[in-house]
Design a binder for this molecule. Structure first.
Ligand SMILES: *Cc1c(COP(=O)(O)O)cnc(C)c1O
Length: 467
């Protein structure tokens, strides 16, 4: 349409082959601000900069692939949540990405930390996070993990099954202590980004179902147990959620349950957790809410439901992960090969193969997640071409960015940056094809700090006993 004058009709086929949400850019070098961490810009030479350091310089120091983390951005996002949700407690979901420095930063910015394994707990403790603001999650926590949490004195354990309650009562009895618990419930509301599914029974592994009565039973058991201190109900409805309608539906159900516990057990539980899942922008089609907008909506929802049920507003908490770590980090790769592939429509797609792939970002292969990309080492005067950024692994589904317009002169040796790669990328990375996992490097005020070093072939070979 209005962009046709830029590319000319020769690109009409390519535009027609792109998904509806992907616009042919007026300027292929332009950055869409919502996709990038806040210190990212194109420098005078046309290359990308983050934290005052050209990406090409960072790459010269640490190589590719690499995750470049914008410390100012991550801290600012953590702080914005803490400020917007003043009076609530905000727990950073460590599973999105954790290392000692990040745990320390979010704690310094006023957040607690949610962990869901002994490994994540060990990192949070090493970072000096106050155990009283650590929560332990998981649908199958081991005795060793529960013991480690009790030893550390974590502020809450989010219990997920009757077997876990048995284990926890046994462990606390032996120690002569009590455990502070929340009960994870399934509300029957599941968020799928833009839609919600509300079902009568919940066919998934997490939590105690409200509809079946198991949730009320578990809450009653915790309330009556001498070993357990019941804090309240916990609900997490999903991830990459863009509006508050699902939280409203969930809040209605869990506050209803909260009021039932008052009626049945005669106590108003002091706390309640609404979980995480706040969406971020991976592509131009995503428009996330700010923490301030989320806080306003969630406060209203809870106040409204509490009034309707005539219960006091409990102490609330939330657990954002992706919304803090995701946008802070770009993944940077080097292009190795470029291939034009003719599509049935007659258009051509550039397959831009880079030196990473599904081992450092499994999300496109795992859930069809969409990403964006730009050439990072230079600006280009070439026309945009419909492109697909793919990895180096032995799988056809090894795609990093399914659909993007990259400059038509993208070539081996160029650097490609993929924004919003801070959450569930390094934390889900594997050694598929015996590819060593990339480092995480933070940049601030022009200075680079390695937070997690690059894995080496020696690291990999060391695990193989050779027997
Ligand atoms: C994964 C998870 C979160 C964080 O989800 P994000 O989408 O990263 O915000 C929070 N709470 C629980 C219980 C989770 O499982």
């Amino acid at each position: 349409m209005t962009h046709m004058h830029v590319a000319g009709s020769i690109h009409a086929d390519a535009v027609a082959s792109a998904p509806h949400w992907l616009q042919l850019p007026e300027d292929v070098n332009a950055l869409v601000p919502q996709l990038w961490s806040r210190t990212v810009r194109r420098g005078d030479e046309g290359g990308l900069e983050v934290g005052g350091l050209p990406v090409a310089e960072a790459v010269a120091q640490v190589g590719t692939p690499v995750y470049l983390l914008d410390e100012v951005d991550l801290r600012a996002r953590a702080r914005e949540f803490a400020e917007a949700f003043d009076g609530w407690r905000v727990y950073y979901a460590a599973k999105s990405f954790i290392c000692t420095a990040v745990a320390r930063w979010v704690f310094e910015e006023g957040l607690g930390v949610d962990v869901c394994s002994g490994g994540e707990l060990a990192v949070a403790l090493r970072a000096g996070v106050d155990p009283r603001v650590i929560g332990l999650h998981g649908n199958n926590k081991s005795v060793a993990e529960l013991s480690a949490a009790l030893d550390a004195g974590v502020g809450r354990i989010i219990v997920d099954s009757s077997d876990e309650l048995d284990r926890l009562e046994e462990l606390t009895r032996r120690r002569g202590t009590r455990a502070r618990v929340m009960v994870r419930v399934t509300t029957g509301i599941e968020a799928h980004t833009h839609e919600y599914i509300a079902t009568a029974h919940e066919d998934q592994k997490f939590g105690f179902s409200i509809a079946s009565g198991q949730a009320l039973e578990a809450l009653r058991r915790c309330h009556e147990s001498d070993q357990l201190e019941l804090l309240g109900i916990h609900s997490h409805i999903g991830s990459q959620i863009f509006d508050t309608q699902g939280f409203e539906m969930a809040a209605r159900r869990i506050l209803g349950l909260h009021a039932r516990v008052r009626d049945v057990c005669g106590v108003e539980m002091p706390e309640m957790d609404l979980g995480g899942g706040f969406g971020i922008a991976y592509t131009t089609m995503d428009s996330p809410s700010t923490p301030a907008e989320l806080a306003t909506s969630l406060r209203e929802i809870v106040a409204h439901e509490c009034r309707a049920l005539d219960v006091a507003v409990p102490d609330l908490s939330i657990e954002p992960g992706r919304a803090i770590s995701g946008p802070s980090t770009m993944a940077v790769y080097e292009v190795g090969t470029v291939k034009g592939v003719r599509l049935d429509s007659g258009a051509e797609r550039l397959y831009v193969a880079v030196d990473g792939g599904m081992s450092d970002n499994i999300r496109p292969a795992l859930y069809g997640a969409e990403y964006s990309a730009t050439v990072a080492n230079r600006a280009s005067g070439a026309l945009p071409r419909l492109s697909r950024v793919v990895g180096k692994h032995c799988e056809g589904g090894d795609i990093l960015v399914r659909d993007e317009f990259l400059p038509g002169d993208v070539a081996p040796g160029d650097l490609v940056a993929v924004p919003a790669s801070g959450a569930y990328s390094r934390s889900m990375a594997s050694n598929y094809n015996h590819v060593p996992r990339p480092p995480v490097v933070s940049i601030r005020d022009g200075r680079l700090t390695t937070l997690v070093r690059r894995e080496t072939l020696d690291d990999l070979l060391a695990l193989d006993t050779g027997a």
